[in-house]
Design a protein around this ligand. Structure first.
Ligand code: UN1
Length: 510
């Protein structure tokens, strides 16, 4: 079922939302960077970009702010994030709508993204009273050894179009309670939601009262501006979300100057459906994981291994779900699948599908859906039955393509599951305890996220988020991911009247 458009004027609505959200008009009119809505393909703004020199000046300013902010007690820093959470609650509908306009997400996912921001704020407020280090037993009498965690500096955030605001919030909320400043280079595809998020944070900062000027900044610009952030000596950590190709550039540049990286790169997430699986549950989880957000999550389910004993029960039902899923304008309908972000995304999808066909794939869906806008790219999600894992199946294509393969041996399925470059998210569907535990064990899934009886996408903020191998190894969001935003000092304190040396070394001077 395709849901046709009605009459929302995306250009006017964008301007109205930006005004309501408190974004100054001169930031997004009359500038040199055009921004488009994937919903209709129309241009919705012309943003002013920063020059490399201006970007560097903003980083310097953020560094000056950091030097003051690091001395503010952490629970007080948490108060700023508590206020941010309040402002986000108050502006959830408007910001969620702007996410839908700029990234093409369906309404519940646009709102869900803002909810994810609110959730990480709540988490960070609690964290602001729990930044702790260990006390460690020392080998010397009359000594104490401990670790102290200190703020790090200016944290650079490079974010992707598909989670244009939540991933910034994961980083910013933690970085700020940890005593850092934040400079954000958003995707060129989604700069407006970045300006809106910054405006919301500015309100929280105004209510907070005495945060240092320049504590958080947004850099609107292209790749060269991102490079200023990556190469700047006053940025000790860059958290970058995007393709593995981007990470291969950013990672070594940071390593060269001994800066830290949190890399959240490509995912080629797999699921295994075992003989005992609850197929009703698996079907729903697979449908959301593979078709949700039009296949444009890092965590999207892209590869499915189905046991031969349940293949003929599950796959026809899945194909039916694929044929009947509603594709449509996310602003005007209750469609479950919105547009791809742009034409290159559509072209990449078609290329992957023709390669899959050349490797023996049999395709359901995948064709373009015409909603009457020449420059918007809606597609039917594609399910591709593959004889084996080959060709495009081993690479991430950022589009709704699910490759389905039959398996007979559990160990071989796990080996195939792990035999790709990326290592972000994974799932197993089984009611067999041994299979579930094996999937989570050291020789099971090699991903940063491994789930049982839920899909690969839609993680909560409470757990550390990120993955292994070509996904980049970074962890953001919950658990102890905060430690990456701080520097650790080991302190040994001698409260005795002697000076024993460690390891029994003697060095007695007269
Ligand atoms: C991403 O796609 O970069 O787990 C982040 C999820 C979301 C975050 C995705 N909570 O799908």
């Amino acid at each position: 079922m395709n849901i046709a458009t009605k009459t929302v004027n995306v250009v006017q609505e964008t301007a109205a939302l930006l005004e309501k959200l408190g974004v100054s008009k001169d930031l997004y009119t009359g500038g040199d960077m055009a921004s488009f809505s994937p919903v209709t393909g129309e241009q919705i703004a012309s943003l002013k970009t920063v020059t490399a020199a201006e970007a560097a000046a903003k980083i310097e300013k953020a560094d000056a702010a950091f030097r003051a902010w690091r001395l503010v007690p952490a629970p007080k820093r948490g108060e700023l994030i508590r206020l941010l959470g309040e402002e986000l609650r108050a502006h959830k509908a408007d910001l969620g709508r702007l996410v839908s306009i700029e990234a093409g997400k369906i309404t519940s996912e646009g709102l869900g993204e803002v909810q994810e921001m609110i959730d990480i704020c709540d988490f960070a407020v609690g964290l602001s009273r729990q930044l702790y280090g260990l006390t460690i037993a020392t080998e010397r009498p009359g000594h104490r050894m401990m670790e102290t965690w200190h703020p790090l500096g200016v944290i650079g955030v490079i974010s992707a179009f598909n989670f244009p605001v939540a991933v910034w919030a994961w980083n910013a909320a933690l970085a700020i309670v940890c005593g850092n400043a934040v400079v954000w280079k958003p995707s060129e595809k989604t700069p407006l939601t970045a300006l809106a998020s910054q405006a919301i944070l500015d309100r929280a900062i105004a209510r907070f009262g005495d945060a240092p000027d320049g504590l958080t900044q947004v850099l609107i610009g292209d790749r060269a501006i991102g490079e200023v952030l990556v190469d700047h000596p006053k940025v000790p950590l860059v958290s970058a979300t995007g393709s593995t190709r981007m990470g291969r550039d950013v990672g070594p540049r940071l390593a060269k100057r001994f800066a830290r990286a949190i890399l959240e790169l490509g995912g080629n997430n797999g699921g295994i459906v075992c003989p005992s699986a609850d197929l009703d549950m698996a079907l729903r989880a697979i449908a959301f994981g593979a078709m949700g957000t039009a296949g444009q999550r890092c965590t999207t389910l892209r590869r499915l291994f189905v046991h031969e004993s349940v293949y003929d029960q599950l796959v026809p039902r899945l194909k039916k779900a694929y044929s009947s899923v509603s594709v449509g304008n996310p602003l005007e309908s209750t469609a479950l699948v919105g547009p791809l972000v742009d034409k290159p995304a559509f072209d990449n999808m078609q290329k992957a599908l023709s390669e899959a066909k050349a490797h023996g794939g049999s395709i359901t869906g995948g064709e373009r859906v015409d909603l009457g806008h020449a420059n918007s790219y809606y597609v039917k999600p594609a399910l591709v039955e593959m004889p084996k894992q080959a060709g495009p199946v081993t690479e991430e294509t950022f589009a709704p393509i699910l490759y389905v393969m039959k398996y007979s041996d559990f160990d071989a399925a796990v080996a195939d599951h792990n035999a790709v470059g990326a290592g972000l998210s994974s799932s197993i569907f089984t009611l067999d305890l041994q299979e579930a535990e094996r999937f989570l064990s050291p020789d099971g899934s090699d991903c940063g996220i491994a789930n049982v009886n839920i899909g690969t996408s839609g993680a909560e903020i409470g757990g550390a988020f990120g993955g292994e191998k070509e996904t980049g190894g970074g962890r953001e969001s919950g658990s102890d991911a905060w430690r990456a935003y701080m520097r650790r000092a080991t302190n040994t304190i001698n409260y005795s009247k002697a000076l024993p040396l460690a390891q029994g070394v003697s060095f007695d001077i007269e």
